[in-house]
Design a protein around this ligand. Structure first.
Ligand code: KIV
Length: 271
């Protein structure tokens, strides 16, 4: 495990340099202090306080219900843990679409109240005004294209996006737009690897893929999925690096047995 006692803080500038030098960027989600401490210590470059908190932390079916206050609560816990990583905070559904003044107000609340370093918004040309207004306040913005879970009721499915040429062409245009107006990075979720690779070469800012192949400038996974804490979600792109769900279950099962059998606490575990 890497230790980053005096590690240099990752900034949007460092990420741009990493792309220029061909160094891959590692991003993971985290939503609380304890997990974020480990993620940061392991050397992850970007911690995303994703609105996937709505699913993995709160048990909702979609990312839509999570509120701005709840995202700020999660983000402030992560910020207290992150000594090296750049902390990016998802703007929740309904806080930036359709009203750029509202978008800026929401982004300012996230930055002021959580101490996060940047925000992430889902969408392309349709949220251009919001992205530009947030950027004009000096707040770094990460884009998110392809499968955008906040629009699940429009898509109707979590299947791969931009397989058809018309949608692929729109995605190319949106990525170019977000890059040109000043986003410091763009997430590509569940799009064909060839398309993600082609755009990654053609735009300046780093691209971070999830189910978008190995040619993106970086990768992101949801922490609870890659650790095997969540069990039921297993798309093709997900590599499991642990089976923590089973380990936790058997540890807790043992604890319950020990309490019931009066094995815990023993003589050494009491005063
Ligand atoms: O909310 C989230 O975790 C995300 C990632 C899947 C990119 O947006």
């Amino acid at each position: 495990m890497s230790v980053h006692k005096q590690a240099k803080r990752i900034t949007t500038q460092v990420l741009a340099e990493m792309k220029a030098n061909g160094e891959r960027i590692a991003m993971l989600t985290a939503y609380d202090y304890s997990m974020a401490t480990i993620v940061d210590l392991a050397g992850v470059d970007i911690i995303l306080v994703g609105d996937s908190a709505s699913n993995v932390m709160a048990g909702h079916e979609t990312t839509l219900p999570i509120t701005l206050d709840q995202m700020i609560y999660h983000a402030s816990s992560v910020v207290r843990a992150a000594k090296r990583a750049l902390v990016v905070v998802d703007m929740p559904f309904g806080t930036y679409q359709g009203n750029s003044k509202e978008a800026l107000k929401s982004a300012i609340r996230i930055m002021k109240e959580s101490g996060g370093h940047a925000v992430k918004l889902e969408g392309g040309h349709e949220i251009r005004e919001s992205v530009e207004r947030i950027l004009s306040a000096g707040i770094p913005v990460m884009g998110h294209l392809g499968l955008t879970p906040q629009s699940i009721y429009k898509f109707g499915t979590y299947t791969v996006r931009a397989k058809e040429e018309m949608e692929a062409e729109q995605l190319r245009k949106d990525a170019k737009l977000l890059d040109e107006i000043g986003c410091f990075a763009v997430v590509f979720e569940k799009i064909p690897a060839g398309l993600a690779g082609e755009i990654s070469k053609s735009i300046h800012c780093p691209t971070i893929g999830i189910g978008a192949g190995g040619a993106c400038d970086g990768q992101v996974l949801v922490l609870h999925d890659m650790l095997g804490i969540t069990q039921e979600f297993s798309p093709r792109f997900l590599r499991r690096y642990g089976n923590m769900g089973e380990q936790m279950l058997s540890s807790i099962d043992q604890y319950v047995k020990d309490v019931r059998s009066r094995d815990f606490p023993n003589q050494d575990e009491q005063y």
